[in-house]
Ligand binder design. Sequence first.
Ligand code: OOG
Ligand code: MG
Length: 259
Amino acid sequence: MAQSIGHLATLLDQAAFSAKAIPQVSLSQEISLVEAYAIQAASLDKRYARGEKATGFKLGFTSKAKMEQMGVHEIIWGRLTDHMEVKPGDVLRKDEFIHPRVEPEIAFLISDRIDRPISLEEAPDFLAGVAGALEVIDSRYENFKFSLEDVIADNCSSAAYVIGDWMPPNTPFGAQGITLKINGEVAQQGNSNAILGNPLASLVEIARILHENGEVIESGAVILAGAATSAVYLQAGDRVEGLFEGLGTVRLTVAEAND
Ligand code: OOG
Ligand code: MG
């Protein structure tokens, strides 16, 4: 018998909470896109019930590099919570994750509630700030493999994020170089315009999609526009730096294995 939305949400929440991978849902049953987002919502309800607070939204597969790396070619969206936020100076513990990867992103801080589709021209009016960011993704599925529906149900692999200093919204961020360094070595190199041609297009997309889904973006919310490059596996002891032209450097440290 097919597993219910509630049961699948519990399995995914438990997998994240205990850092233990589960088999892909799609290997044993077919789920629709609507069901996948319903599983995501139900699994987030478990986090909210434990006291986590919503902080915003993320987009996924907004760059060709990410689509090709993961074999998924549709834009997806997920939910961020305060539990996922890594503050400057915090050290990430690898054992709290299954197989974490890091990727460089552009983040937006929202100035005014968005409850309708917006155009690219008016999108800047909704920005209180822009920043470079690092997202840590951690698929709850074995071998980091998933279908479109699987990854949506799994809240788009959302696990942790660190945001650099917020810069004024008129800071140029549209076609800026991005370098991801691990332990001082260049691991990925790209440009912010790899994100839908202009990262601000991600805000336009999420406003449209959320409106269709009856969700709003609150003032003060954070939006992660999607990775500009492929993601890289994290190892214990890694020192990660995201260098964002015009926006500064964002750092993340992974604890040594025996810490
Ligand atoms: C899914 C999440 C994709 C992005 O920035 O494209 C994503 C994954 O790759 O596991 O966060
Ligand atoms: Mg991402």
